[in-house]
Structure formats: structure tokens, C-alpha cells
Design a protein around this ligand. Sequence first.
Ligand code: FAD
Ligand code: SF4
Ligand code: SF4
Length: 477
Amino acid sequence: MAKQPMLKFINIDRDMPEKRPPNLRKEDFNEIYAEYADAKAKEQSSRCSQCGVPYCQSHCPLHNNIPDWLRLTAEGRLEEAYEVSQATNTFPEICGRICPQDRLCEGNCVIEQSGHGTVTIGSIEKYITDTAWEKGWVKPITAATERKESVGIIGAGPGGLAAADFLRRAGVQVTVYDRYDRAGGLLTYGIPGFKLEKDVVMRRNEQLEQSGVTFKLNCAVGEDISFDDIRKAHDAVIIATGVYKSRDLQAPGVGVQGLVPALEFLTVSNKKSFGDDVPAFNDGSLNAEGKNVVVIGGGDTAMDCVRTSIRQGAKSVKCLYRRDRANMPGSQREVQNAEEEGVVFEWLSAPKGFTGDPITGVMVQKMRLGQPDASGRQAPEVIEGADYVEDADLVIMALGFEAEDLPTLWDCPDLPVTRWGTVKAEYTTGRTEAEGVYAVGDIVRGASLVVWAIKDGRDCAEAILEQFNGASAVAAE
Ligand code: FAD
Ligand code: SF4
Ligand code: SF4
């Protein structure tokens, strides 16, 4: 009888890929986790108990067939594992790196709940597709037949690119427009290299280009080309522009030199990592080297800013957050990584204003957690008389993002938006009330996750194909 390759969680402990020591990883922007060796990936996959009702799968937004690719990996059938994995996820190696697994698949793994430590689903997903790239199993798309219909996609982030991939597989002509000089959206210019190395994103961009996707980069819709012209040029349009307007703070001193928005800081740092010449980095305005840096916010963007500052050689890095550690929105794993790298967290601390111009400090008021608010979270309250000034010569605001006003910027009053400015679209198809216009990702959901943008892009592409197939069936009657 064949040896049972699974259910080894009782004898084998959870073991993440090796993490580089903080003193080394602080020196560069490379990823901090190593790749599993083949034997380790097999071993860790074999811990899965092959649940009949896999909660890991139901809590993955893409409903990835996790138990099957874990079993295939444990059995050494890696090419089949890759086929199963890529059937539901356009960019498995990216999700394996940056999904907040503790809140999604791994956080719902039953063996974690029985006290054995979750299966390391994300690291194994990354391993499978990184290996597929290495072995040459990931190929440019060749559609069985070319179709005449074309789709214009505005925004080359994960939502737009997932739709582009899906539509090209069906032979649709695809043009992607983006205002940046490189495709990838926040994968390229938001998320730092220590979480997601840039060649991982660039090889996907190249694969799509080789698959026949046309990229029109350095092309800002509303400036270099009108939305109306894009609508006229294509049979359907997908808006996948993300959310980029930084949430502001109303406080004395806002607007002084040295108080900068998170995304500007991260974009400049990522451009620098590509080797670009970046004046705002060279002149020191968006460069943390030698500075006392304070980052305001408790989400993943704030975590990326503190850890980027450390790598740029800041003198000190502090993070101010108005709630406590247990109530912060960012991932606990990232907080731990940041602390290991030397970041100091000032919990229950909120900015009240800023001193100096250029900036010299943040006026901080201490908080305590009071009664739960409408969202059920304990609302922070000010502790009177406990204010102090935190010295700083660079302050980075990471308070979240909102949608830009697309109907005005693009002169398209028929585009339906919500009161938050996000595009009103059906979640399951991306369809809007404007004829032939679809929308996906953050511009529909508000600031969200890469995995949800991928899901939206795929679902939307499927809905567009249905629309095209319906139209050709009618034409053939
Ligand atoms: P985006 O990735 O934002 O892409 C939108 C694209 O549209 C951009 O390339 C932009 O240039 C383009 N565009 C916008 N307007 C125009 C225009 N007028 N004309 C032409 N092009 C335009 N999620 C995770 O799952 N894990 C993480 O670890 C994580 N870390 C993050 C860290 C940071 C700093 C930030 C800001 C976000 C992070 N996220 C993370 C969230 C994630 O990046 C987003 O949810 C995801 O990228 C949204 O994808 P999208 O395709 O909707 O939009
Ligand atoms: Fe987990 Fe994200 Fe992969 Fe789904 S896509 S299995 S949530 S890491
Ligand atoms: Fe395997 Fe955990 Fe998923 Fe169950 S929940 S199938 S043990 S990974």
C-alpha cells in the first residue's frame, strides 16, 4: 500500500522559510524570507490534514484549491501543483509573498485551531510558482483563436493585469493604459522590495507583453488621452485605477517642509531601487538618511514606511499609532519584523500638530481606549495633560487613501460613484451602469488587498467574455 504522505502535523512542527537576520536585511531592499528547499516544501505540505471542508480555501478570496496543491507538493508532483495553483490565481507567487495569510487562508487552517501551528500555505504557494518560473513552466499566453473584440484597461495594477491575462487567454485584444512608466501599480511603486522583489513583478509584466497585451505607459487618462476616446476605441473598458488621494490631517503645522505623504515617500524609494535618477531622493526631501523619522499610522503602509526608513539609514524611526498594538490594522508579523529591525512603536499616541518649518517635531497627545464605537472597536480618547513633543526632521503620514474624483477629472458625469468617490460597480462582475464600462480593485472597494483586486479582475474578465459571447450569438441568429 502507498505510504500516506499527508497528516504529518502531529509529528512535524510548523517551520517558516528562514528569515535573514535584522542586521543583514537592514542593509538592502531584498526580501527577508528565503525560499524553501525542495525537501522542506514537501515536508511542510505534508502537515496538511486534507480537510473535507477546507476552511483555508473558503477564506481565500480566490478559493484556491489549497489542499490539492499541498498534496501534490508533498508527493513531489510540482508541475501538477503549479497547474492547479495557477488555475485560480493569476499571480500565485505574489500572493504567496504578500497576502495577509494570518487573516485569510492560514488564519483559518484547522490544525492551527487544534494548537499545531497552521500549514505555511503562503510560503508553499510562493515556492510552487517560483519553481515553475525557474523550470520554464510559466509561458506566455497563446490563445487558441484570436477574437476581434478589444478591451481597454485603465490601470496596470493587479486588478487590471489579472483581467488582461484572463482576456488574452480567450483571444481578446487588450490594451492597458497607465500613467506610470512601469506596469504593476502598487506592486511596482507602493509595496517595497523587502516584501516583494521587483523582478518578480517585472517578469509578469514581460510575460503579459509577450502574450500580446499592448501597454501604453506614461499615459494618464484625463490628461494624455480622454476617457471618451478610450471608450470609443474599445468594445469594453475596465477602470482599475486604484485609490491614490492621501487622507489628510487637519492640525497646526500641516503643510510644513518635511511632512510628507507615505505613497510619495515609498514611490521615490521604489524608483531608486530600480536605479532611476530621482531628484526628490537626491536632494534629501524624500530620503530618510541620517534623520529622526516619525511615521504616523498603524496600517501596512505605515509598516512599509518605517522599514523603508530603516533601510535608507535613518538615525531613529518611531511609529505613532492612536490605538494599541492589539487594535492596530497592520499585520502583527510586520510589526514584529519592524521591531526586530529597530523601529520603536509609540502606541496610544496621536499627532496634535507639528513644530518648525522645516519640521522639527510632532506634538503628541497620549490616548487611552474608551468605550467601543459603532464599529465595535474601542474608541481612543485623549488623556488631558499628557502631551509632549517628539523630535523629528522627517514625518511621514500614512493615514490611508481615498478615491480621486474620476467623473470630474475624466469629464464623464455618467460614471456612477459612491459618496466616497469609489466607482459604483457590481462586486461579482465589475459592471457599472455606464454602457460597456466595468471597474475592479481598489477603485471599487476602497483601499483593499492585492488578492481581492486579482479576484475582481478575473471575475470582470469573465463577465465581459459573457457579454461578448452573448453579442456574437445574437449577431449569428
Ligand atoms: P493599483 O495597484 O493601485 O493600480 C492602479 C494603477 O492605475 C496604477 O498603476 C496607477 O498608475 C494607474 N492609474 C491611476 N490613475 C490613472 C489614470 N488617470 N490614468 C492612467 N493610469 C492610472 N495589499 C496586500 O495584499 N498585501 C500587502 O502587503 C500590501 N501592501 C501595501 C503597501 C502599500 C504601501 C500600499 C499603498 C498598499 C498595499 N497593499 C497591499 C494594497 C494593494 O497594493 C492594493 O489593494 C492593490 O494594489 C490594488 O490593486 P488595483 O489594481 O486596484 O490598483
Ligand atoms: Fe492564501 Fe492569499 Fe494564497 Fe489565497 S491567494 S491561498 S489567501 S496566500
Ligand atoms: Fe490543510 Fe489547513 Fe486547509 Fe485543512 S485547513 S486543508 S489542514 S491547509
